[in-house]
Design a binder for this molecule. Structure first.
Ligand SMILES: Nc1ncnc2c1ncn2[C@@H]1O[C@H](COP(=O)(O)OP(=O)(O)O)[C@@H](O)[C@H]1O
Ligand SMILES: [Mg+2]
Length: 311
């Protein structure tokens, strides 16, 4: 859904105006503006350290900005009282960079954490909700009683996603969800996000450097550079802009490979094709551009790819 769709006429779900964030004498954001529209999957890209995670943390109220105004669902995020805050926070789900689950809890227990925090439900009902969420993210029922250390990287991400969906949010924040996954797991995760967004009518704020993800599932993409959002548009429109970072990012070898795959697949996730043809398309993509999880695009360091919640 693009800026010309009917949804664009509705009030934005997230509105950021004049955001300034500083750490000591380092200015990370300097007058950043951004709108996220209802029902869209908005991709957020930018070089490593450009302030993507700090932007997300500001929006969810974990980082108090030096200046600026942030509204989510029409309510200002900073300075609201605890009760109101709880009402607001239960409307969103978050998958942090690194997607850490509580390692001492099983998958099902992880999903129960937000349910226990926000609701007073019977154990039986909560267990039922947890199994439902686990199934929703494409995990087998056997994954419920397993500990995170017993799961593959892709399954861990799905489990973390199940936890972030526990409260049936309207808004989902994802920070580099496919980082560190192999190409097939990454494509599967992209498809899952797209499907869930459609079925649950989610608005999605998705930080990624994964070009395949941008092409496959994002309605629009916001680019952070020079401490601001310098452009918000479709991937193909951004690729035409005359900015050095964007040119290198979207039109470099990996950008072109991702665009070619997207075209082959009719602009949808390679995983959808992979499912139909037993993974050949995804494997071909993987071959073309190497392990997409292993090779970072220009200006993006690898430190954030597999590490725990480093930021
Ligand atoms: N809590 C913090 N204290 C000091 N500096 C921080 C903190 N969080 C982030 N930064 C700095 O802010 C910049 C942007 O960080 P971040 O948003 O994590 O980048 P990215 O775009 O890679 O997600 C980086 O230079 C980072 O070192
Ligand atoms: Mg980050």
């Amino acid at each position: 859904m693009g800026p010309t769709s009917p949804a664009a006429l509705l009030a934005p779900v997230i509105s950021v105006r004049g955001l300034v964030n500083r750490f000591g004498d380092q200015t990370v954001h300097d007058g950043l503006d951004l709108d996220v529209l209802p029902g869209e999957i908005l991709g957020v890209v930018g070089g490593s350290g450009s302030g993507k995670s700090v932007l997300m943390r500001s929006i969810i109220g974990l980082q108090v900005p030096a200046e600026g105004r942030i509204e989510v669902f029409g309510r200002e995020v900073s300075g609201i009282d605890a009760t109101e805050n709880k009402e607001l926070t239960r409307q969103w789900g978050i998958l942090f960079q690194g997607g850490a689950l509580f390692s001492g809890l099983t998958v099902a227990e992880n999903v129960l954490v937000p349910l226990r925090e926000y609701f007073n439900l019977s154990e039986g009902l909560m267990a039922e909700i947890a199994s439902y969420k686990i199934a929703m993210v494409g995990l087998p029922a056997e994954a419920g009683p397993k500990y995170p250390s017993e799961l593959s990287g892709g399954m861990k991400k799905r489990a973390a996603l199940a936890r972030s969906l526990a409260l049936d949010p309207k808004l989902l924040f994802l920070d580099e969800p496919t980082a560190g996954l192999d190409p097939i797991a990454a494509d599967g995760f992209d498809t899952l996000i797209r499907t869930l967004a459609e079925t649950m009518q989610l608005t999605v704020f998705l930080i990624t450097h994964d070009l395949d993800t941008l092409h496959a599932i994002c309605d629009r993409v916001a680019v952070i550079a020079d401490k601001k959002i310098i452009a918000v548009d479709t991937v193909s429109a951004l690729a035409k802009l005359d900015h050095p970072w964007m040119q290198e990012y979207f039109n470099g070898p990996r950008g072109r490979a991702a665009a070619a795959t997207a075209k082959q697949d009719g602009g949808r996730a390679a995983a959808a094709t992979a499912k139909q043809d037993g993974g050949r398309a995804a494997a071909a993509t993987a071959k073309q551009d190497g392990d997409r999880a292993a090779a970072a695009p220009p200006g993006l360091a690898k430190t954030h790819e597999t590490g725990p919640e480093s930021s």
